[in-house]
Design a protein around this ligand. Structure first.
Ligand SMILES: CC(C)(COP(=O)(O)OP(=O)(O)OC[C@H]1O[C@@H](n2cnc3c(N)ncnc32)[C@H](O)[C@@H]1OP(=O)(O)O)[C@@H](O)C(=O)NCCC(=O)NCCS
Length: 214
C-alpha cells in the first residue's frame, strides 16, 4: 500500500526487531512465540514473510552515519524499539498464504493499523501468486474475526482444543479466491478507503512508553 504522506513505514522484519516483537508477543498473546521461533522464521523458512509497522516520528533521532550513532541505534533496537507498533507474518506455500501472526500494540489499536498490516500480508499473497488466504483464530477473538470478515474471510471449520493454554477451539477462516476479479475489486476498494481514512485522521500518538531494558 502506498504510505506516501503517512507517518508510518512498513519494513521487512529483521533480526534486530525480534526483541521488541517478542516483547509485544508477551503483552498480547497467551501463547507467545519464542525469540528462537522468530529467528527460525526469518533465517530458515523460505516460505515466510514478516513485516513490521513503524511510527516514523518515534524512530531514532540519531541521524548521520557516525559510528556512535549506529551503535546507539543498534543498542536501542536490541532492547526495545517504541517506533515498532505492530507486525504480521504469513507462510506462502504453493497457492495458499497462511497468516501466522498479526498484532498491534494495545496503545496503538483502533486506528486502522491492524488493517494496514492485513493489507500488507494480502499484497504479499498477490505478489507470490497465492490464490487463497487462510488463518486460525480463537473462537473468543471476535475483534480479530471482525477484521478478517471485513477482508472476506469466512469460517470454514473449527479445530477443537487447538490452543494448549486453555484448550480453546480455533476457527479456520479463509478467503474466496483472491485472484477472482470480484475479490480484487473489493480488496482495492477497502485498501483505498483505508488509505483515505489514514490520510484524513490526524495522528495523535499515544503516550510514548518508557524505554525500559528487559
Ligand atoms: C486484531 C488487531 C490486530 C486489530 O488491530 P487494530 O489496529 O486495533 O484494528 P484496526 O483499527 O485496523 O481495525 C480494523 C477492523 O478490526 C475490527 N475491529 C478493530 N477493533 C475492534 C473492536 N474494538 N471491536 C470490534 N471490531 C474491531 C473492525 O472490523 C475494524 O474495522 P472498522 O475500522 O471498519 O470497524 C488487534 O486488536 C490486536 O493486536 N489484537 C491482539 C492480537 C490478536 O488477536 N491478533 C490476531 C490473532 S489471530
Amino acid at each position: 500500500m502506498d504510505l506516501n504522506g503517512l507517518p508510518y513505514a512498513l519494513e521487512p522484519m529483521q533480526r534486530r526487531d525480534i526483541p521488541t516483537v517478542s516483547r509485544i508477543e508477551q503483552e498480547v498473546f497467551s501463547l507467545p512465540w519464542s525469540t528462537s521461533a522468530f529467528r527460525y522464521e526469518l533465517e530458515h523458512n523460505p516460505s515466510s514473510y514478516y513485516v513490521v509497522l513503524r511510527y516514523l516520528p518515534w524512530m531514532d533521532q540519531d541521524s548521520g552515519e557516525s559510528l556512535l550513532g549506529s551503535v546507539r541505534r543498534a543498542l536501542r533496537r536490541s532492547t526495545h524499539d517504541p517506533s515498532l507498533v505492530g507486525y504480521g507474518g504469513c507462510w506462502i506455500m504453493v497457492d495458499e498464504a497462511h497468516i501466522s501472526t498479526l498484532a498491534v500494540r494495545s496503545i496503538w489499536r483502533g486506528r486502522g493499523l491492524g488493517e494496514l498490516l492485513m493489507v500488507a500480508l494480502i499484497e504479499e499473497a498477490y505478489r507470490r501468486d497465492a490464490t487463497q488466504v487462510t488463518l486460525e483464530v480463537r473462537v473468543s477473538n471476535t475483534i480479530a474475526q471482525s477484521l478478517y470478515e471485513k477482508y472476506g474471510f469466512q469460517r470454514l471449520g473449527r479445530r477443537r482444543a487447538y490452543y494448549s493454554d486453555n484448550r480453546e477451539d480455533a476457527y479456520i477462516m479463509t478467503t474466496a479466491s483472491i485472484s477472482s476479479p470480484a475479490y480484487r475489486r473489493e480488496f482495492d476498494a477497502l485498501r483505498e478507503a483505508l488509505r483515505r481514512r489514514l490520510l484524513s485522521e490526524k495522528v495523535t500518538p499515544p503516550e510514548r512508553p518508557l524505554e525500559r531494558t528487559p
